[in-house]
Design a protein around this ligand. Structure first.
Ligand code: NAG
Ligand code: NAG
Ligand code: NAG
Length: 400
């Protein structure tokens, strides 16, 4: 079982921070600041075929190769009370988790599964009883397999309507107790991993001699999926603001995966490449959310491969996030890519070649002789999680 939970990364980061500096205490942070941890349904719940849950694209994807799966995971579906107790003992003030769409609505739309509903109500109640604020992520990469089969999931605009209907059920059923909603987790990296690189479900990419996806097009699908995510987010957010916000008084936002990006050298071209990487990796999602359109740098490179917002869509996307979730693990160096940059794998046109910049993981990593084996392997996993996609794509990886 390799689907380790973000929860533990957060624990580690906290532990690490504490060991580095004894000088800070809770009192150094504002009252409203929340210390918490996070996970996702597929990483935590297990119980994948119990009580009416049906397969999501994660189940299909992880079972399609011998790569580990979330069939049992942390068994949170059965052990949530123990887990919440542990969280309370640790002093967590918030817990961010995601709702498994197929546990709540097994066919993707329509019938609500009473046992799924009860599980999330119980979990939310348990958190609140222990004084822990629930923060719900609606979508954490686990699309109902039935919707993927029916119309291709996120690359089809039909997803907007189905996602909004799913969100509606969640707002209606849980919104009296949940004040923080993230519509889509790490939307940028989800589009890249799932539709450009092919290493997250549904595993789409253009084939190369190194890695074959069964279907996909890395030069078009990530942008199509990203576009539909922004529209689906905006649609759910609009619904929340119209129907629920005044009564429930919560906030709704979208989260992105945010590397720190820093130029590899002090050359002008690496500096420009770093700005371009910021536009591509963050501006892609953030500029539409704030200004209603994509960054100019992306429009120039993508041309007709970049979907266009109609005026109405642009207005809807603009201002649709009360907050932006920033998920940060590590910092990478950015170097202008040239045709002579060595690469482990044959190039195809994909998100990173469009970006025209190499992202290089450079991690200063000291094995302390006192660090026990377990701790060391957590750190290695953290590095792998943060860097491996870039290593696979772009062939430079350092552990110093
Ligand atoms: C991807 O789509 C583009 C634009 O439609 C097309 O030119 C290209 O051949 C496609 N690539 C693959 C691998 O299917
Ligand atoms: C991927 O598919 C191509 C074309 O069918 C083939 O030439 C190549 O050997 C395959 N690569 C792998 C790793 O299976
Ligand atoms: C960056 O690399 C590209 C080739 O990929 C090259 O055309 C360009 O001149 C380089 N420098 C800058 C500043 O873009």
């Amino acid at each position: 079982m390799r689907a380790f939970s973000h929860l533990f990364f957060s624990f580690l980061v906290i532990l690490f921070a504490i060991s580095c500096s004894d000088a800070f205490t809770r009192n150094d942070f504002p009252e409203e600041f929340l210390f918490g941890a996070a996970t996702s349904a597929y990483q935590w719940e297990g119980a994948v075929d119990e009580d009416g849950r049906t397969p999501s694209v994660w189940d299909t994807f992880s079972h399609s190769y011998n790569r580990g799966n979330g069939d049992i995971a942390c068994d949170g579906y059965h052990k949530y009370k123990e887990d919440v107790k542990l969280m309370a003992e640790m002093g967590l003030e918030a817990f961010r988790f995601s709702i498994s769409w197929t546990r709540l609505i097994p066919k993707g739309r329509g019938h609500i599964n009473p046992k799924g509903l009860l599980f999330y109500k119980n979990l939310i109640q348990e958190l609140r009883t222990h004084g822990i604020k629930p923060h719900v992520t609606l979508y954490h990469y686990d699309l109902p397999q039935s919707l993927e089969d029916e119309y291709g999931g996120w690359i089809n605009r039909k997803i907007i309507k189905d996602f909004t209907a799913f969100a509606d059920v969640c707002f209606r059923e849980f919104g009296d107790d949940v004040k923080l909603w993230t519509t889509i987790n790490e939307a940028n990296i989800f589009a890249i991993a799932s539709y450009s690189e092919g290493f997250a479900p549904p595993g789409h990419c253009s084939p190369t001699s190194f890695f074959n996806c069964s279907t996909g097009n890395s030069s078009t699908e990530p942008y199509l999926a990203g576009h539909n995510m922004l529209l689906a987010h905006a649609s759910a957010s609009k619904l929340y603001k119209l129907e629920y916000k005044s009564k429930q008084r919560g906030s709704i936002g979208l989260s992105i995966y945010a590397f720190g990006l820093t130029p590899y050298s002090n050359s002008k071209e690496d500096e420009i490449a770093t700005q371009r990487a910021k536009d591509f990796l963050f501006g892609w999602m953030l500029k539409p959310l704030v200004f209603g359109d994509y960054p100019d740098a992306m429009k120039r490179v993508w041309g007709s491969r970049l979907p266009v917002f109609s005026e109405e869509e642009s207005e809807k996307v603009k201002g649709s996030s009360d907050f932006v979730g920033i998920i940060h693990y590590t910092t990478v160096y950015v170097r202008n890519s040239t045709s002579t940059t060595p690469s482990l794998i044959p190039r195809r046109q994909d998100f990173f070649t469009d970006m025209g910049a190499e992202t290089i993981c450079k991690i200063y990593f000291l094995f302390h002789s006192s660090m026990d084996q377990n701790m060391a392997s957590w750190f290695l996993y953290l590095i792998k999680y943060s860097c491996s996609s870039f290593w696979i794509s772009h062939g430079e990886f350092y552990i110093l």
